[in-house]
Design a protein around this ligand. Structure first.
Ligand code: NAP
Length: 341
């Protein structure tokens, strides 16, 4: 069997381009090797901003992540697939699995790697890449465990129409918070206000003064800032935080490509307002997964929460899907469908 995989040609230290990637063929053994491995036909794979940090020549992502250091030749990703050969008695041909796959048509999952049998619980398989997987856990744990959001809090979320952001806003609304989101286009802002129930939203690209813009949307200040972008937005949010406010630093995508300015928040403000600014990784919160999944299934099953997905089709679309993340081309969770279910 031949497996087609997407690989990087070299390290990527700036904004990614489609030409940074190529599709390669590799020979795949017909039986699961090494012993105990499982071969999975990939159905849906995730493309995520954090992967860019792993493609750089150097990034803390490679030292502190639970993933192996660096990349290559295969690129790890979260995904859902179907077992086609198994050397592991716990998995049978035809089983659906979710976990750490690779950007390819097939993934060889070695013993000890992160994957589990998937019970779709009546939800579309694609939901198990985002809202019912790490994007959902990131949103839930970041908002409640790190941001300590409580009823009545004023919550600001950046990149609010993205995979994590659109779930943060919905969880916060369902919890009784006042929620404002920022996003990069008029259509995204409309989606937040009209479909996802945000109290308000604005296009940050139209804002000439982010501090004044946040002051306008939060005349009584911000209690929780869920930060997905870093840079000037983080500085402006700190300026508008209330005393004892919490900043959940989920990601700083404006700083990943080296083109945006790094945040230099007013640290005197941080002290006098007694702010908590805490970075986190979703996988720190695996013990919260059962609580999160039960809440997410309840809200999604009753239609109170929706999962927005942006699905490209075919392995060859992975590079463009990935580049889209850094140009604002995606709405909701970016997923690539590799094969029909
Ligand atoms: P996403 O929001 O679905 O996709 C990326 C979006 O980021 C784009 O659509 C674009 O939206 C925005 N963006 C791109 N470049 C930007 C820039 N220079 N300035 C401002 N916004 C920019 O991605 P996601 O998966 O939900 O991830 C969101 C953030 O959370 C990322 O920083 C990611 O690294 C982080 N994250 C962290 C964890 C964790 O465990 N800590 C887990 C998952 C994700 P606009 O059109 O609105 O600009």
């Amino acid at each position: 069997m031949t497996n087609r995989i997407v690989v990087t040609k070299t390290h990527i230290d700036g904004a990614p381009k489609e030409t940074d990637f190529e599709v390669k063929s590799q020979v795949l053994a017909q039986s699961a090797q090494p012993a105990g491995s499982v071969i999975v036909k990939n159905l849906y794979v995730s493309v995520d901003p954090y992967q860019l940090n792993r493609m750089k020549s150097d990034s803390s992502s490679q030292s502190y992540s639970f993933l192996a250091a660096g990349i290559g030749p295969e690129i790890d990703c979260y995904g859902v697939g179907k077992v086609v050969a198994s050397g592991n008695p716990e998995f049978q041909e035809g089983d659906l699995v979710a976990g750490l796959l690779t950007w390819g048509e097939y993934s060889v999952l070695k013993p000890g790697s992160m994957f589990r049998k998937l019970d779709a619980m009546g939800f579309p398989l694609s939901n198990h890449i985002g809202a019912l997987a790490f994007s959902g856990l990131t949103a839930y744990a970041g908002l409640f465990e790190v941001g300590k959001a409580k009823k009545g809090d004023r919550v600001f979320v950046s990149t609010a129409s993205g995979s994590v952001g659109h779930l943060v806003g919905q969880f916060a609304k369902l919890h009784g918070c006042y929620v404002v989101g920022s996003a990069g286009s008029k259509a995204k802002v409309e989606l937040l206000k009209e479909k996802l129930g945000f109290d308000d939203a604005f296009n940050y690209k139209d804002a000439t003064d982010l501090r004044a813009t946040l002051k306008k949307y939060f005349p009584d200040g911000i209690d929780v800032y869920f930060d997905n972008v870093g840079g000037e937005m983080l500085e402006a949010a700190i300026d508008n935080m209330n005393a004892f406010g919490r900043v959940a630093v989920c990601g700083v995508i404006s700083e990943y490509t080296g083109t945006g300015r790094r945040a230099a928040p007013n640290m005197v403000d941080v002290i006098y307002k007694r702010l908590t600014i805490r970075g986190f990784l979703a996988n720190d919160f695996m013990p919260v997964f059962p609580e999160f999944i039960s809440k997410a299934c309840e809200h999604m099953g009753s239609g109170k929460m929706v999962s927005i997905e942006d699905i490209s089709v075919g392995l060859d679309s992975i590079p463009s899907a990935f580049v889209d993340l850094f140009t604002g081309g995606n709405v909701g969770k970016k997923i690539v469908q590799i094969a029909q279910e």
